[in-house]
Design a protein. Structure first.
Length: 313
């Protein structure tokens, strides 16, 4: 029986599970008929939590694990992990940055193309046999347009690089001006939306960005504007977005993230001017294998007393 015991908040791909269970004694929280009973029984022996970005690790959970040393997160976002509690109690936290940057940037541009060019609607028209009897409406060009990017971290920069390849003019909103990019900094998100044809959201989650895309931003984006969200569901005021899509305050939206995933607001399903993705921006074999390896590398480094590859706290 492996000596170190870890708590897993949710399933990883099978290739990761095989390695983790060969290395550690793994407690599968998501499979427990009585989660509290599992934590009460095994909590004192658990030294690590392996979690996913959307599952996180609450202060309440960590407080029940008196010998917890590290939380290793499969994903970049750590807004669902109580970092303040971890920091105050000497618990290390790691995530998996960089390895998913390119895939998320790809899906942002993919969503923009799918939304502006109405690719899902065109697919339905052909599959339903309507081609030839029903005209496909004219759609919106992407090349050469004005792209506003809310967030200029690793992924924001990768999105900008792709948009630049389409000949787009790029401006961005962020907490500060980034001196390492040549794009125009716009400190006012409403002004950015008013300027842009397309607004792509890739700000971090957390309290500072809750509903940062609100009704005012959407009105500024306007009836020809398209919103793409590949950040967190919390960053968009969904009531305002649904209203904007219904009354055509904006033209359309492409969404990879939502509140209450996976049980999203049913009104999205009735709208023809939105393209929906199941939070799958990093969902390639290549990236998911790299993410799992980085989780395992962080755990291995911690328990071997080496420097963590990607520490957050």
């Amino acid at each position: 029986m492996p000596e170190v015991e870890i708590l897993m908040a949710g399933a990883y791909p099978e290739w990761d599970m095989v390695d983790l269970e060969a290395t550690y004694r793994v407690h599968r929280l998501w499979e427990a008929a009585d989660r509290q009973e599992l934590i009460s029984r095994a909590g004192k022996d658990i030294r690590a939590i392996a979690t996913r970005g959307e599952l996180g690790a609450s202060a309440e959970l960590m407080a029940q694990l008196p010998n917890l040393e590290i939380v290793s997160c499969y994903g970049v976002g750590t807004d669902a992990i109580d970092l303040s509690y971890a920091r105050a109690n000497g618990i290390r936290v790691t995530n998996t940055p960089d390895v998913l940057t390119e895939d998320v940037a790809d899906i942002a541009l993919g969503l923009l193309l799918a939304t502006a060019r109405q690719i899902p609607q065109a697919d339905v028209l052909v599959r339903s046999g309507q081609w030839g009897s029903v005209a496909m409406p004219l759609v919106t060009r992407v090349s050469g347009k004005k792209v506003g990017i809310a967030g200029m971290g690793r992924i924001g920069k990768a999105i900008a690089k792709r948009a630049a390849a389409f000949g787009c003019d790029i401006s961005y909103f962020a907490r500060h001006d980034h001196q390492d990019v040549a794009y125009t900094y716009e400190p006012d998100l409403v002004a950015l939306a008013a300027w842009a044809d397309f607004l792509i959201v890739i700000v971090p989650g957390g309290e500072a960005t809750v509903k940062i895309i609100n009704a005012e931003v959407l009105r500024a984006l306007g009836p020809n504007g398209i919103l793409i969200n590949v950040s967190r569901g919390t960053t968009v005021d969904e009531e305002a977005l649904i209203a904007a899509l219904q009354d055509r305050t904006i033209q359309a939206a492409g969404l990879d993230v939502f509140l209450n995933e996976p049980r999203i607001d049913a009104r999205f399903l009735t709208l023809q001017n939105v393209v929906l993705q199941p939070h799958h921006g990093s969902g390639t074999v290549e990236t998911r294998k790299a993410m799992g390896q980085l989780v395992r590398d962080n755990l291995a480094a911690h328990f071997a007393g080496r420097a963590l590859p990607t520490p957050v706290v």
